[in-house]
Design a binder for this molecule. Structure first.
Ligand code: IMP
Length: 427
């Protein structure tokens, strides 16, 4: 196997950082291909915690080539700060490559994100306010600025002048917000371009060549399937394709070159931001899981909404991504719960629904149909072999496999790299 995609199977924050870090050890190249600094990965190495938003966590291994590919939207200030943070902690970042075709998140994008959310009132999406949606809007509207543009002062001047006129018009006329000064933006972003220049490359060539040489290439998805702009819970989604197909477009790699796709799912469900969530727990059990699991966003610090595992969502993720298997994370967070529930279907207007509905209002009003399983008393955080897990934990995993329809290929029982139980060869 040489090309493996890892995606979130729920609403993001599934613990992909941990799983990707584990797989990165065997990878020659690790690629980010969608999203931006709306994502946040926490990786713990030898008790040291690293929080990353844009740079693939593969950077923490000394020989891994890391790529931020064309499908990502990059806030250069955030990226440069992240590189400085890594360098200060002794991490060599010279093995990073950035696509010249990746779009730039500009300050007016963050501003538009904020005023758009404000205007939506109680219909707000609950975005991370990082300007991600407006940056992808400009990409689709063909007025975006790309990383490569920052290296060409004349072309950049022309593109920025044109787009800024329009943005300033909207910001000042529609929202009464202070416009951005051209000169400030122009010089600041030219400087960012110079600082990033050593990293900029045609990354599709680098990635395809690596695959052709038989190297192990890992595509690390950000966010999750349910936040996919096409296949997620629209309109409460992000503006990119966190599902597996996004790796192909977002990195310039044909689908025939991808060998396997793994989905990462928590042993329960969380969601940040607004939108329907049928298995949400608004009671003491939910609060308890949130506290034990430290369920607060890496990027925004927001408290995550918590709920039981939703197998309808996971079956949808299996289908949309063509999952080869599931990595189940945070099983240890469920230690000590008397009973666990899995939603195996929904009920809508008195009728059973076994598949994820294709309309937002059906999903909004769907009621979960639960199966209840016994929990376990033991603390499982130090267990390193499947056979040593309590019987009820093994049964919970078996039941997940049965109701979701793909094998569980890895189980995570803690934050450390070492607290991982791989169940098969993943590459
Ligand atoms: P945006 O990506 O900032 O536009 O936010 C759109 C939706 O995606 C909101 O519900 C966010 O909370 C959610 N979201 C974006 N990035 C992440 C992530 O990395 N993890 C979890 N949710 C995310």
């Amino acid at each position: 196997m040489s090309a493996v995609v890892v995606v979130g199977a729920q609403w993001g924050d599934e613990g992909k950082g941990k799983v990707i870090d584990f797989l990165s050890e065997q990878a020659d190249v690790v690629v980010r291909h969608q999203g931006g600094n709306n994502a946040g990965h926490t990786v713990v190495v030898n008790d040291q915690e690293f929080k990353l938003h844009l740079v693939p966590s593969g950077i923490l291994y000394p020989d891994t080539l890391c790529v931020i590919a064309n499908g990502v939207v990059i806030d250069p200030k955030v990226l440069l700060e992240e590189l400085a943070y890594l360098n200060n902690r002794g991490v060599d970042t010279r093995r990073l490559r950035i696509s010249s075709k990746a779009h730039v998140v500009m300050p007016y994008h963050a501003k538009l994100d904020a005023v758009n959310e404000d205007r939506r009132g109680d219909q707000k999406i609950g975005t991370t306010l990082r300007g991600i949606g407006p940056a992808y809007m400009d990409k689709a509207a063909r007025v975006g600025i790309r990383i490569g543009d920052l290296l060409h002062p004349e072309e950049f001047r022309e593109r920025l002048a044109r787009v800024l006129e329009e943005k300033n018009h909207i910001l000042s006329r529609a929202y009464g917000v202070e416009p951005f000064a051209f000169d400030d933006l122009y010089t600041t972003f030219l400087d960012y371009g110079q600082a990033l220049k050593p990293y900029v490359a045609d990354t599709a060539i680098i990635i395809n060549d690596a695959i052709d040489r038989g190297e192990r290439v890992l595509f690390e998805g950000a966010q999750g399937t349910m936040l996919d702009i096409d296949h997620g819970t629209y309109p409460f989604v992000t503006s990119s394709h966190p599902s597996a197909g996004g790796a192909s477009i977002g990195a310039g790699v044909g689908p025939t070159k991808i060998d396997r796709v793994y989905g990462v799912a928590k042993a329960y469900t969380t969601r940040v931001g607004d939108g329907p969530f049928p298995t949400e727990l608004t009671d003491a059990v939910g609060d308890d899981i949130r506290e034990r699991g430290h369920e607060y966003g890496t990027t925004t610090g927001r408290a995550r909404r918590v709920g039981w595992l939703d197998a309808v969502v996971l079956r949808h993720a299996v289908r949309i991504n063509g999952l080869s298997g599931l990595a189940v994370t945070r099983l240890d967070v469920l230690d000590g719960l008397k009973e666990l529930k899995i939603a195996t279907a929904y009920e809508y207007e008195g009728r059973p629904l076994t598949e994820f509905p294709d309309s937002a209002w059906v999903f909004r009003d769907a009621q979960p149909v639960y199966e209840t399983l016994p929990g376990w008393d033991e603390s499982i955080g130090t267990i390193r072999r499947l056979e040593d897990l309590p019987t009820n934990a093994k049964n919970y995993l078996k039941r997940i496999e049965a109701v979701v329809g793909v094998p569980v290929v890895l189980v995570s029982v803690g934050r450390e790299r070492s607290s991982t139980i791989p169940l098969r060869e993943l590459f």
